[in-house]
Design a protein around this ligand. Sequence first.
Ligand code: PAF
Length: 279
Amino acid sequence: MVETVRTIPELRAALKRWRQQGETVGLVPTMGALHEGHLSLVRHARAKTMRTCVTLFVNPKQFGPGEDLDSYPRDAADDMAKLEAEGADLLFQPGPEEVYPTGFATSVHVDGLGDILEGEHRPGFFTGVATVVTKLLVQALPDIAVFGEKDYQQSLVIRRLTRDLDIPVRIEAVPIVRETDGLAMSSRNAYLKADERTIAPVLFGTLSQVAENVGRGVNVAEQSEWGMDQLLRAGFASVDYLNVRDAETLDEVTDVSRPARVLAAATLGTTRLIDNVSV
Ligand code: PAF
């Protein structure tokens, strides 16, 4: 039975009970509309810690003007059924006033890492993510917090902020869960029309091909150009970026002598998709 709490004092009381029994806690922050990708995070937390707390909050601060805050998929009953089936222990589902009470004036910004790639194309996004995740971590003080590699840059931003702010939690990133045709699972895939859904796996196919080619020594800049061109030819409306970056710092690279990652964001119809693969 998943217990649901909606306030920070209730969350803290539930976690305190577990702590007093010597139990470890894994936190899985989500915005709901749970799919297999999220459930893999819950399974990871359950395997690593004795208690699993999932948070569900569609965070308004990480949506820009004109983005999909109002239409973001929401299905609390379905989310709850899935969490029950996975054996999560606690659901923290606060309302906006609980997270951002009147007068709320603080934000967390990770310089550098938070300003490039997604940060450049979605101004304010990582400040919104960093602010809410900092709050959730400080509220729950879990042993581990689990995020998906689908949002690869996000997991690096969060790791950075926990180090910089001395938040005693281990950040764990779990590999992307994909549909059988390779499309990375995402709540926003629900926006894709039938014809767009058939094109969408080209994103993963292209990133995989670029990763393989640069791994074999083909020129990095040339491969980025090639990859973008492939996506546009397949029917993507635009490509925000398709880059090979250092896997740890996300600095631009000209060769792959260190671990690297190919990351991209591209729009299909009106749906913006992101994906990444390791080289
Ligand atoms: O990845 C997400 O779903 C969100 O960005 C997160 C980490 C739950 C913060 O709102």
